[in-house]
Design a protein around this ligand. Structure first.
Ligand SMILES: Cc1cc2nc3c(=O)[nH]c(=O)nc-3n(C[C@H](O)[C@H](O)[C@H](O)COP(=O)(O)OP(=O)(O)OC[C@H]3O[C@@H](n4cnc5c(N)ncnc54)[C@H](O)[C@@H]3O)c2cc1C
Length: 85
């Protein structure tokens, strides 16, 4: 099995495909879900990632909810990273 060029502790895509690893499934697109996906992607750019979530999947800072109503901000204006990115 050959080493991943960016991280020798990982295997290459070919080796992974050979082993047919299943996708990473993350439940929830809150801070924990997004952090998990981002950190996983840094280490493994190839394995498919599936996020199952009850919301739109966009990343936003929850503290922004506190004054969003007073500032008449729309939900879309709170999004820092869209789920489509
Ligand atoms: C108004 C407000 C202000 C805050 N301010 C701060 C602060 O200043 N500092 C701080 O440290 N923390 C703050 N917090 C707390 C912080 O936002 C949370 O600790 C953090 O968001 C938790 O992240 P999480 O990913 O665990 O959960 P969440 O962000 O709640 O994400 C849960 C995810 O799971 C999904 N989900 C839920 N049920 C299901 C289901 N059955 N199937 C599929 N998906 C599901 C949801 O859609 C969501 O995407 C604040 C929270 C609020 C509400």
């Amino acid at each position: 099995m050959s080493a991943h060029p960016a991280n020798p502790s990982l295997t290459t895509a070919t080796a992974r495909q050979r082993r047919r690893l299943p996708p990473l499934v993350v439940i929830g697109a809150g801070l924990a879900g997004w952090a998990t996906v981002r950190e996983f992607r840094k280490r493994d750019p190839l394995t498919p990632v599936i996020v199952v979530t009850a919301d739109r999947g966009d990343l936003y800072a929850k503290p922004g909810l506190s004054n969003a109503l007073a500032q008449q901000r729309t939900p879309q204006q709170l999004v820092s990273t869209s789920a489509a990115s």
